[in-house]
Design a protein around this ligand. Structure first.
Ligand SMILES: NC(=O)c1ccc[n+]([C@@H]2O[C@H](COP(=O)([O-])OP(=O)(O)OC[C@H]3O[C@@H](n4cnc5c(N)ncnc54)[C@H](O)[C@@H]3O)[C@@H](O)[C@H]2O)c1
Ligand SMILES: O=C(O)C(=O)C[C@@H](O)[C@H](O)[C@H](O)COP(=O)(O)O
Ligand SMILES: [Zn+2]
Length: 377
């Protein structure tokens, strides 16, 4: 597939989507880079670090690797500080280039390190989860979490390239595949009804990591995200639609403690909650709400939200970045394939919470995910 280009205020950058791209990564490295800094975690570095370093060797540039602990709970200012410590101790200059090798946690944190080290150095996104390949590696949202909220400390800062190697998904655990598919569905819901229908028809192939289905889905999501980011890089308007399901989802992540539910699991549940609220506020037909619920279940993600208590739910959602003047703004669906961002009456939100919250634990949901995947549907 030809690269997908993302147009930004600082020029454009390519998204390369190719099996085996990791072996050809040298093609994306800026020629004047003085040093290369791989930022990864023990799991991903163990699987793909050696391949990456071997692919970089012909460039003859010094390569260093910074390993941070794995998991959402380490996407924090504390971990970021350990990255700065190493970079400063190594006296990296402004022409050093960071290579973010991992999922969205690594990509968001390494991107923020790049945005802030010496006021900004270049970085490359090398996403290794489905979620990172379809969403987080594109568009330049970089951040770490704060105990009081998700992605609260960050910057818009674009990478110089995104290199997607579909082959690396073969080692991804099933639960992470399900989580990544939540963001895939999101793209259909907000922008492309035909793509949503394609996801419904191809869900068994997607959960089974069929290479052709994955390549199509990753390419389509990257195209859709590139269009939105090119039009509204810093979320002054349109880009907020990419937050469908996230007002609810981020509340779940922060409310349960970061890492209890995966980001994609929380978003999947949030998609159902946003659809239910859309039914109440914008008359989204009941059959469309049911289609969202069924697809979320089919990818193996939870469709029942945890009981955080109504007050906590509202308090957490109040802290969302889309809130303006104290008014929570939600991404809502007038229909499948269309999205708007607006406030919603409190009683409709309360009804939505009453109808979508239940006595649910992620263990139960994960077991169902495994059963769904094993039965192929
Ligand atoms: N910047 C954005 O636009 C954006 C968009 C969506 C999500 N995000 C962020 O992304 C994060 C979630 O990312 P994620 O779902 O990739 O989670 P993650 O980065 O935690 O990765 C998931 C797990 O998979 C492992 N892993 C990664 N690649 C692997 C591979 N190829 N084989 C085996 N194991 C592998 C990781 O070590 C980790 O344990 C959240 O913090 C979320 O807020 C950001
Ligand atoms: O790229 C975007 O814009 C998104 O909103 C994509 C989301 O999937 C992603 O989770 C993002 O990090 C959420 O952004 P936030 O501004 O709500 O933290
Ligand atoms: Zn997301």
């Amino acid at each position: 597939m030809a690269p997908v280009n993302v147009a930004t205020s600082a020029g454009q950058y390519p998204i390369h989507i190719e099996p085996g791209r990791l072996q050809r990564i040298a093609q994306s490295v800026p020629g004047n880079a003085t040093r290369l800094v791989i930022i990864s975690n023990p799991v991903v570095d163990g699987l793909y670090g050696a391949v990456l370093r071997q692919a970089l060797a012909p460039l003859g540039k010094p390569v260093m690797t910074i390993i941070v602990p794995d998991g959402e709970s380490f996407k924090s200012l504390d971990t970021l500080n350990t990255i700065y410590d190493r970079m400063l101790a190594e006296k990296l200059d402004r022409r050093a280039v960071i290579l973010a090798l991992g999922g969205g946690v690594i990509g968001d944190m390494a991107g923020f390190a790049a945005a802030t080290y010496m006021r900004g150095i270049r970085y490359m996104q090398i996403p290794t989860t489905l979620l990172a390949q379809v969403d987080s590696s594109v568009g330049g949202k970089t951040a770490v979490n704060h105990p009081l909220g998700k992605n609260m400390i960050g910057a818009f800062y674009q990478p110089v390239s995104v290199d997607i190697d579909i082959d690396v998904l073969r080692t991804l655990p099933a639960r992470e595949v399900s989580a990544g598919l939540a963001e895939v569905i999101k793209y259909g819901l907000i922008l492309d009804a035909a793509f949503f229908e394609w996801c419904e028809r191809n869900v068994a192939q997607l959960v089974a990591l069929d290479a052709d289905a994955l390549a199509y889905a990753i390419g389509r999501c990257c195209e859709l995200k590139a269009q939105v980011v090119s039009e509204d890089e810093k979320e002054t308007g349109l880009r907020a639609i990419l937050n469908l399901g996230h007002t609810f989802g981020h509340a779940i992540e922060a409310g349960l403690g970061f890492g209890t539910w995966l980001h994609g699991e929380a978003v999947a549940c949030g998609l159902v909650q946003a659809a239910v609220l859309s039914g109440k506020v914008l008359d989204l037909p009941a059959e469309d709400i049911e289609r969202v619920r069924q697809l979320v279940r089919a990818i193996g993600c939870p469709d029942v939200a945890p009981d955080l208590g109504q007050d906590s739910w509202l308090d957490l959602m109040q802290g969302d970045k889309k809130t303006e003047g104290g008014e929570i703004r939600y991404v809502l669906l007038p229909g499948i394939g269309q999205a708007v961002v607006q406030a919603a009456p409190l009683d409709k939100v309360q009804e939505t919470l009453e109808e979508t919250v239940g006595n649910v634990t992620i263990e139960r949901e994960s077991a169902r995910a495994r059963e769904t995947i094993a039965s192929g549907g």
